[in-house]
Each structure stands twice: as C-alpha cells, then as structure tokens.
Design a protein around this ligand. Structure first.
Ligand SMILES: Cc1cc2nc3c(=O)[nH]c(=O)nc-3n(C[C@H](O)[C@H](O)[C@H](O)COP(=O)(O)OP(=O)(O)OC[C@H]3O[C@@H](n4cnc5c(N)ncnc54)[C@H](O)[C@@H]3O)c2cc1C
Length: 431
C-alpha cells in the first residue's frame, strides 16, 4: 500500500489532536479525527454565558505561540486583544501589583520574598529560558539534566519555604493546579516560559477557528475509542462506539493518540503495558473555573486580576480587557480538592467575590449569570525525571508500528506545546 492510500486516525479533539490531524491533512493524507464529546476543543472548555461564547479552560495565546498562531491565521483573519497573565498578587494579606514591574521591580519582589540565593537561582533558571527557546518545552537538554540530577525531591525543596509560598506557589497552582511539593525542577522551564510570555486572546474565542478546521478535516464527534487493535506489532485499527451505540471495528494504518496521559494509559494497556504504566504515572490535578457576569464592571483597569496565596480560589480576574464586568474565578491547589459539588462551589464563589471586593473596595455588585466547569484532571504536573520518562515512552512507542502519541505531557501543557506535539506525532507517523 502506498503512503498516499493509507488511512490514519487521531484520537482526541483537543489542541494536540487538532495539530496532528491538521498536519496529516495538510500533507495530503487521509485522516479522521475521533472525539468522544459533542464538541471539539477538549480542555479549552467551550461554553456560553447567556448568548456569549466563552472558554472555561485554556484560552490565552502567548506571543511566542508561533505554530498555533500560524494555524489560527490559516483559518482566516482573526482579531486578538491583549491579556496579561497576572497583574496583582496577595502577599501576606497585601495586594502587590506586578504588571510590567521591569527587571529592577521584579528583582525587588524576589528579594522581598526570599533569600538572595533563592532570588539568584530563580533568575538563573529564568535566564536559561529567556535566552534558549528550547528550554520552554519539556525535553530540552538543560532541564532534562536538571531533572535527572534534582528530581529526587520536588521543586519546592530546591528553594526556601517563604520563597516557595510567595513566588513558586502562585506559579505552580496556576499553571499545574499543583503545590510546589507536587512538581519538579525538570519541568520548571515550561512554567518559566509561560510567565515570561505576553498573552492575547481571540476576541471571538477559538470556536470559529475550530469550526473552520472541522470544515477542512473529517471529524467524527460523539465517537469514543474503546480499544486500540494491534496485530503482529502493528496497529490495524480501532474499536469505536458512536453516540453511545455498540462498538464496531474500523481499520486504520496508523493512529495518533492525542489524549491526556491517563486516558492514553487506559487505551494502551492491552497493547503496550510498559508504555501504559509509564503514562499512568503522569500527575494531573483538579481545577474548577467559574465565569460570572456582573451588572457592572467588577474590576477597574488598574487591577485586572488577583492571585491569592491561600484558600480554594487561586486567582480571580477579568475575562478580557474589554470585559471588566465578567470575572473568571479559578479554584485550584490543595485547598480546592476534591472538586466541589454545586453547594460548596457556590460558597467558594461567594467567599472569593467577598475577598476581591475587600481588596478592591466599593459596594457589592449584583451577579447576572454564572457558568462553571470542574475538571478532575485539569492540569498536567508531569513526572519527576521527564527525560527518563521520555526515553521509556519513545522506546515503547517504537515497539508498535503505526502508533504515535501527542498531548500535554509530551512538550508541555501550554496550548502551543500541545499543538506542536500533535504536529510532531503526525510527522513521525508518516516518516
Ligand atoms: C482551566 C484551564 C485553563 C488553562 N489556560 C490555559 C491558557 O490560558 N493558555 C494555555 O496555553 N494553556 C492553558 N491551559 C492548558 C491547555 O488548555 C491544555 O493543556 C490543552 O488544552 C490540552 O489539550 P490536549 O489536546 O492535549 O488535551 P484535551 O484538550 O484534554 O483533549 C483531549 C481530547 O481527547 C478526548 N478523548 C479522551 N479519550 C478519548 C477516547 N477514548 N475517544 C475519543 N476521544 C477521547 C477528550 O474528550 C478531549 O476532548 C489551561 C487548562 C485548563 C484546564
């Protein structure tokens, strides 16, 4: 069979799977994207707030997200608006504004919150990321070695306790939904790369881009993959269940598994048990997001978001620079586990709202509407010694012809890294 007549499948319709399917399609291959949900986008979390499309998950697009921006541009002219990752933080009960502090201001902040040794170490790692693009992604030589040497203890143990609480924790809770004692130095470059970027969001959200994509590439929504079928060391097809119906076999010559590691582990267990075991060790932590529309602007333009150092709410901020009346509350970290039921979440939102008003001042503002979403496994916190993990994953994946993996655990959880992991998996599949 020639390469051109082969039939490929991509499992998972998040940004990783979309990257893989688009790359295969662009290269002229026959590909289907299989997604169990009724919508594409995965943890971008598409929803509506009243009539307005919103994203309850990943939505902010870094200026360095070059490949993802290329994909978005291919879909037509799209308008971005700027969005800062953070503007203010509560440190020991005080509101500290961090937007554009400049290097001197940032240094002062680091020194105020820890020892000079901690500050110097942080600046050193930051410089490795700033001056070498590869260190923004998992798999770089520098952080691979740092992880192999230093991941016998968690990231927090490499720094003093005060620095961990006031500098590391806001990062890890926000980017991994994890505490500093639950993440590792070997993956720290990804977090530093994310905080060094500047962010925009699409004015109309990502939905129109994915609608365009679904017009280009065959997408089967409501299609759950139950089993990967392999014979004689090669993938031959998938057992699929469409819209909750009975399972049936579909033949494919190659597949990209573009799901979170825990879902990939389940699918791969009967085919490559050692690969499944490695994938099942990737850590994920829960997060809950509430987007609330108020009767009038809730934040002002001076402070647009606040990161909290305690309690279930890790951050509250405007949905967009032109949406000061819409607030996105994020509940993550140890104080927000397990995921709340509706009653508890209502209390968390009340408390977070009161806390924000307490810091901003001014009277209470009526809510108009609220949308929420909880993910039991929202954010990837990776594995210790990611370089060692990669070696196992590569060797085990190579043991089955027609199998490639993409996802947030490969290059990092930022949307750009997910998209890139999909493109790389597609290229490897047809190489
Ligand atoms: C609250 C939140 C905020 C975030 N904010 C940002 C941000 O602002 N910027 C940023 O860069 N990143 C952000 N991220 C991270 C980013 O959104 C995720 O890392 C990324 O969306 C993951 O994409 P993915 O395709 O790897 O996985 P997913 O989006 O989870 O997609 C995997 C898909 O596979 C499907 N699937 C699983 N199993 C099967 C099966 N057996 N059969 C068929 N389909 C299956 C799932 O339904 C899902 O749609 C955020 C994440 C969260 C949770």
């Amino acid at each position: 069979m020639t390469t051109a007549s082969k039939r490929y499948a991509v499992i998972g319709g998040g940004l990783s799977g979309i990257g893989a399917a688009f790359a295969l399609h662009r290269a002229g291959h026959t590909v289907e994207l299989l997604e169990q949900d009724s919508v594409l986008g995965g943890r971008c979390g598409f929803d509506r707030l009243g009539g307005r499309p919103i994203m309850l998950g990943g939505k902010n697009i870094g200026r360095r997200y070059h490949e993802l921006r290329g994909f978005i541009a291919a879909s037509g002219e799209r308008v971005y608006e700027p969005f800062g990752i953070n503007s203010s933080q509560i440190v020991n009960g005080e509101l500290v504004t961090l937007d554009n502090p400049g290097i001197a201001g940032f240094l002062r902040h680091l020194l105020r919150t820890g020892s000079p040794i901690d500050a110097a170490r942080m600046l050193y790692y930051g410089a490795r990321v700033r001056f070498d693009e590869r260190n923004r992604y998992l798999g770089s030589d520098y952080f691979g070695k740092a992880g192999a040497d230093g991941d016998s203890v968690a990231l927090g143990a490499h720094f003093g306790a005060e620095f961990g609480r006031t500098v590391l924790r806001p990062l890890t809770v926000r980017l991994n939904a994890a505490e500093p004692d639950e993440v590792y130095l070997g993956a720290f470059g990804v977090s530093l790369g994310m905080v060094q970027d500047r962010y925009d969001q699409l004015v109309d959200g990502m939905q129109p881009v994915l609608d365009w994509f679904a017009g280009q590439v065959p997408v089967r929504l409501g299609t759950r993959v139950d089993r990967i079928v392999a014979r004689d060391g090669r993938v031959v097809g998938l057992d699929l269940a469409e819209n909750g119906g009975a399972t049936s076999f579909s033949a494919y010559d190659g597949i990209v598994v573009a799901t979170p590691a825990h879902a990939a582990a389940g699918l791969l267990e009967p085919v490559v048990p050692a690969l499944s075991k490695a994938l099942s060790e990737v850590a994920y932590y829960p997060s809950t997001v509430a987007v609330v529309q108020y009767e009038q602007p809730f934040f002002g333009s001076a402070v647009r978001s606040i990161a909290f150092d305690s309690g279930p709410c890790s951050a509250a901020g405007v949905y967009g620079v032109n949406d000061l009346d819409i607030v996105r509350y994020t509940f993550s970290g140890r104080g927000a586990r397990p995921s709340p039921d509706a009653r508890l979440l209502a209390r968390w939102i009340d408390d977070a709202e009161a806390k924000v008003r307490g810091h901003l001042g001014g009277p209470a503002i009526e809510r108009v509407r609220t949308e929420t979403r909880s993910w039991a496994a929202a954010h990837c916190a990776y594995v210790p010694d990611h370089a060692g993990f990669r070696t196992v994953v590569r060797e085990q994946t190579e043991s089955v012809a027609g199998l490639q993996l993409a996802g947030d655990y490969v290059l990092g959880a930022q949307l750009e890294a997910c998209y890139r992991s999909g493109v790389a998996a597609a290229r490897a599949l047809v190489a």
